[in-house]
Design a binder for this molecule. Structure first.
Ligand code: KIV
Length: 272
């Protein structure tokens, strides 16, 4: 059993701050459906992210842009039904908050009301400050997301490491401080130099969770399907694979097909 599972019966935004203050690392993974969320929650994960990466992983889109608010609510409500311990963070999808702060609040309220999620995540810094403030004013916890923000992929042009240059690094640090000042309870940093991520984590009192941001942050997040080796065509340097489920599952499917074709399945004990 993980240390966190022993110490915290139910994870809240306060538990996460306590973990940072106690030097206990925070473990976060994605889930988009009931069965996966049940396994992840039972394993003792601290945060389940219903990421808009569902657009890639579940729907097969090239980017996260096409997923809708209704689809995010569907995924999030399935995850919430499975969860008894983890804090559930739900991504606000592209187009549901960039317009103005009123539409951002409306989207966040729909997520909270219709999915039962515990908090929302938005990508961006100063550009979306007003939206973040307004959501927070309604009592909805907000997680920030800086660095590589996949909803802006067409602005960046590539999925390469962000904030390598001084100017972008300075803006990222300023944005991180702004997000903390606004009242965000935590921050995700995606694909930035480890040195910069360390600086951000040391400068903030809220937990900083990294993905491709090195080890000197307060926690880590991975996309579950990637760490299980189900998405075998994706090989970023930051990804550690804990299983090769693509091969395992292929083997199982091939075995089943062969058993059906050869009339081995079902046998006498597998029938009524
Ligand atoms: O949507 C997602 O899975 C994410 C993580 C990569 C942090 O935002």
């Amino acid at each position: 059993m993980s240390t966190a599972k022993k110490s915290y019966k139910k994870i809240t935004t306060k538990s996460l701050t306590d973990m940072k203050n106690n030097g206990e690392k925070i473990a976060m993974l994605t889930a988009y459906d009931y069965t996966m969320a049940k396994i992840v929650d039972n394993a003792g994960i601290d945060i389940i992210l219903v990421g808009d990466s569902a657009s890639n992983v579940m729907a097969g889109h090239e980017t996260t842009l096409p997923i809708t608010l209704d689809q995010m609510i569907y995924h999030a409500s399935s995850v919430v039904r499975a969860t008894s311990r983890s804090l559930v963070v739900v991504d606000l999808p592209f187009g549901s908050y960039q317009g103005n702060s009123k539409s951002a609040l409306d989207s966040a309220i729909r997520i909270m009301k219709e999915s039962g999620g515990h908090s929302v995540k938005l990508e961006g810094g100063s550009e979306i400050a007003e939206s973040i403030s307004r959501i927070l004013t309604a009592g909805i916890p907000v997680m920030g997301h800086l660095g590589l923000t996949p909803q802006s992929i067409y602005k960046f042009g590539t999925f390469t490491v962000r904030a390598k240059e001084e100017e972008e690094a300075k803006k990222l640090l300023e944005d991180a401080k702004l997000l903390e000042d606004l009242g965000c309870f935590a921050l995700v940093l995606e694909k930035i130099p480890a040195k910069l991520a360390k600086k951000v984590a040391e400068s903030l009192s809220i937990p900083v969770i990294g993905i491709g941001a090195g080890n000197d942050v307060d926690g880590q997040v991975l996309v579950t399907h990637d760490m299980l080796g189900m998405t075998h065509e994706f090989h970023p340097r930051f990804l550690r694979r804990y299983l090769d489920l693509y091969s395992e599952m292929t083997g199982a499917f091939e075995g089943y097909i062969s058993d059906v074709k050869s009339r081995d399945f079902p046998n006498e004990n597998e029938q009524y």
